[in-house]
Design a protein around this ligand. Structure first.
Ligand code: SF4
Ligand code: SF4
Length: 148
C-alpha cells in the first residue's frame, strides 16, 4: 500500500484525541515557555515524530498561511515564531508536549506515555507508513512537500 500523504478528518480527530489524552494526565512541570527546547542546535535534541504527526503539524503550518518553511540559520525549529512562541502550538507534535528541560522537570517518563506513543505508531501503520518515526524538521519538510 502506498503511504497516504494527507490526513482524513477521522485521522485528525484520532491524533487530537491522543494529544487530549496526554493533556488529561499531566505531570508537574515548571515550564517558563522560554522556547529554549525549540532550539535544537543549542539543546542537541531534536524531536522525533511519526508520519501522521508530521502531516498534522503541516496542517498547522498551512493554517498559519504558509506552504513552506525556511530552515533557520540558528538551528532552531522553523516553527518557532519571532516572538519566541510556537506558531503551530495546537498542532505541535507529541515530543514537544512531553519534552521539558531539566530545569523545568525533565522529559516525561516513557512508561507514562508509552500507550499513547503506540497509538500514534498504529496510525502510521493504518496509512501504510513503514519507515518509523523521523526527526521533526525533515519529516515536516517532506509532509509539506507531499501536501495534496
Ligand atoms: S513545533 Fe513548536 S514547540 Fe515544537 S519545537 Fe517547533 S516551535 Fe517548538
Ligand atoms: S521546557 Fe525548559 S527550555 Fe523548554 S520552554 Fe519550558 S522552560 Fe523553556
Amino acid at each position: 500500500m502506498k503511504p497516504s500523504s494527507s490526513l482524513s478528518t477521522a485521522l485528525k480527530e484520532q491524533i487530537r484525541q491522543i494529544y487530549a489524552d496526554l493533556e488529561a494526565r499531566p505531570l508537574p512541570r515548571a515550564c517558563q515557555l522560554s522556547g529554549g527546547c525549540c532550539r535544537f542546535k543549542l539543546t542537541g535534541r531534536t524531536p522525533s515524530v511519526t508520519r501522521v504527526e508530521a502531516l498534522y503539524a503541516a496542517v498547522g503550518v498551512r493554517a498559519a498561511g504558509r506552504t513552506k518553511l525556511q530552515p533557520r540559520a540558528d538551528g532552531a525549529c522553523s516553527c518557532l515564531g519571532k516572538d519566541g512562541r510556537c506558531t503551530i502550538y495546537q498542532n505541535r507534535p507529541f515530543g514537544c508536549r512531553t519534552h521539558f528541560c531539566e530545569e523545568a522537570g525533565g522529559m516525561y517518563p516513557r512508561k507514562h506515555v508509552a500507550d499513547l506513543i503506540r497509538r500514534l505508531e498504529a496510525l502510521d501503520v493504518s496509512i501504510g507508513w513503514r519507515n518509523g518515526p523521523r526527526d521533526f524538521p525533515e519529516a515536516l519538510e517532506d509532509a509539506l512537500e507531499d501536501w495534496k
